[in-house]
Design a protein around this ligand. Sequence first.
Ligand code: HEC
Ligand code: HEC
Length: 395
Amino acid sequence: MKIKQFLGLFLSMFLFLIACKNKSQREGSNAIKNQDVESVFAALPAHASAPSTNPYTEEKAELGRLLFYDPILSGNKDVACASCHHPDFGYAESLEISIGVNRHGLGSKRVFNYPNDIPLVKRNSQTILNTAFNGIDETLNYDPDNAPMFWDLRAKSLENQSLEPIKTLEEMRGRKFQEHEILTVITERLRQNKTYEHLFQKLFGGNNAVTKENIAKALATFERKLITPDSRFDQFMKGDKTAMSENELEGMKAFLKSGCAKCHRGAMFTDFKTHNLGVIDHDGLGFLDDGFQGKSEFRTPSLRNLRFTSPYMHNGKLKTLDNVLEFYEDLSGNKIQNTRISADKIDPLIKENLKVEFKDIRLIVEFLHTLNDDNFDKTIPKTVPSGLKVGGEIY
Ligand code: HEC
Ligand code: HEC
């Protein structure tokens, strides 16, 4: 009898200890401390800094807006920046990979004209929203002169980036002009246009104000206006603890627990570094896009405003956020989507940190939606100084 009592007592103590241990383990991995969150994430600043050589002014931004929507910047006067970065699609595009020259239509209705001898653009169009903050980290430190640009980091700063699409055959140049002459052709066109000539003169001064450098400065200044610093996540980080629901907070915990923040961190939810995740190749391209330094690495994209910028990944191969999370679930189980990529080529941060459980997927997606902010500048000019179609051949 005594022994039975003793055993019963022993058993219940044992069970009690196990329960305590489980509870503390649960809390240990799930509990999220303010200090954890603040060392990994940050709210975006209310304004973007500009380089000292190109200070921000509203008038310059408005000139940039006209240029952004004016197909006068393209060889055949048919494509504008806005053709692939349209406010209706969060300044990105709904195609997997872009179509530039010799096309018409907007969004999924955008197709090549017939006949066509222009290739597809290599990659999925990134959003321009918040590119003014590219390079920013969790301490809000960044240098607009050296801001990393593109899926493979091949340009630095908005100013330098902005002339690249004009020079590229399939994006804006077309076959009529060579790469080495197109910027001279464009500046000459703008000089011949009274409105542009006047605006450049007024804003930049000097006898010869229409230069490629000043075109770049105006475009970059407009882009510094396209920011979304007031998502619910930002409100939460700035102290409004009611801005995120219980589920969304659970989603943030799951995001951290799954290892996502090893790469998606800081105010833009990216380390601005390149990684190989073994995303499937795009078969419509006709050649292999092997990314940064031929290593099949692509820059970690921001996770802000994903609601507006589907499809996802450098080549738009994943349509929904659920697709992306399922991709990561597979990857954390060592299932690589791209059969060309062997396991030893996958980024070590994935192998060491990624652990995605099916039950967390819904919560993580809910958390990602707190990073959307629809309150961005969507103003489309009614006309552009060239008199051409606003936004290019998009309607
Ligand atoms: C034909 C479609 C197309 C046109 C036209 C176009 N872009 Fe893009 N843009 C893209 C694609 C695709 C990428 C990603 C390319 C890459 O990373 O290799 C991109 C990337 C960018 C980026 C980099 C974003 C980041 O986070 O790194 C900026 C900024 C940008 N474009 C601005 C512009 C400007 C300014 C113009 C007009 C002068 C323009 N684009 C015209 C398709 C286009
Ligand atoms: C090793 C770094 C790394 C980790 C860890 C990581 N990502 Fe990514 N993420 C990337 C890179 C790089 C891409 C782009 C890959 C490509 O296109 O080839 C990407 C793409 C994405 C995209 C597509 C965004 C767009 O605009 O196309 C989403 C969404 C995303 N990741 C969410 C997550 C989530 C959620 C987790 C955790 C489960 C996670 N990532 C873990 C580096 C990482």
